[in-house]
Design a protein around this ligand. Structure first.
Ligand code: PXL
Length: 275
């Protein structure tokens, strides 16, 4: 079904993440994709040094006010990397004022990985992100983000009881449907746990040892594209996982492409899976 989506995240001009990933993937998923850039960076912050960053926080309320005046509303909002604590308050205003009835609010609390916060963030940002998670219909944290959101100790290896504890703690801060990414119980696998309507399901897939930047954004964008085409959260999570794994497999043979994944040649596969 053709919908008007809004995605709010930064433009990293080079680096294949955030909007340069979300816009093509959601468009390929057949959706009109409106954007609200939270900041413009020369590159992403994970691996490049000396990047520039133009913060667009103060543009956000004026842009939203114009849309309100024009009567523009959205079928879903998907937020990714946000540039400042204040932006989270502006996102909440958008949730309150610019959505059609029944619209999905999908929050990827993109702020951390591998046990650490990204360089731009601090405890105040995490505290504010917690309140956004509570307003969302769907959240897509990785394990590190789930730990920061819930004050849980991060562990590299864990069992199902630890993951259940994380899910319970996320529910306790107000999360509704949870798509927890990067969950692996064996050395060669990773996967995604989906908690939807009280039902927990796990999809395991191949783990590729070389981590790739931007895969969280590829994953979340493919998930949103599938979800907004009427898939269940679990089916959307599986489609997004298969697509992301294939993108990583397609990229890892090229060491010069360390900063992102080559998702573009595989978009046809994603479209076929969504249909
Ligand atoms: O992929 C997440 C992301 C988005 N935007 C910027 C980033 C990162 C991850 O590091 O630095 C600017």
């Amino acid at each position: 079904m053709y919908q008007k989506l809004l995605t709010i995240q930064d433009i990293s001009c080079v680096g294949q993440c955030s909007l340069t990933v979300a816009l093509p993937i959601l468009s390929a998923a057949g959706q009109e994709t409106c954007i609200l850039p939270s900041a413009v960076l020369s590159t992403h912050t994970a691996g490049f040094s000396g990047f520039t960053c133009r913060d667009l926080t103060e543009d956000m309320p004026a842009i939203a006010a114009h849309w309100k005046k024009e009567g523009i509303t959205f079928d879903a909002v998907y937020t990714g990397y946000l540039g400042s604590t204040k932006q989270i308050a502006y996102v909440k205003d958008i949730f309150a004022n610019l959505l059609k009835p029944g619209a999905n609010r999908i929050v990827d609390p993109a702020m951390a990985d591998g046990g650490k916060l990204y360089p731009a963030f601090d405890a105040a940002f995490v505290a504010e992100m917690k309140t956004l998670v509570a307003e969302a219909d769907y959240i897509l944290p990785n394990i590190t983000e789930a730990c920061f959101l819930t004050g849980t100790n991060y562990r590299e290896t864990y069992d199902e009881a630890y993951i259940d504890g994380l899910l319970d703690a996320l529910r306790a801060i107000g999360a509704k449907t949870i798509v927890l990414t990067g969950v692996g119980y064996t050395p060669d696998t990773t996967g995604v746990v989906v908690l939807e309507g009280g039902e927990k399901r796990y999809y395991a897939h191949r783990k590729i040892s070389r981590g790739c930047h931007g895969t969280g954004d590829v994953y979340a964008s493919a998930f949103v594209g599938a979800l907004q085409n009427g898939k269940s959260a679990y089916d959307a999570a599986v489609i997004a996982a298969d697509f992301t794994v294939h993108c990583i497999e397609y990229t890892i043979g090229d060491p010069s492409h360390w900063y992102g994944v080559k998702f573009e040649p595989l978009l046809g596969e994603l479209i076929a899976a969504i249909r």
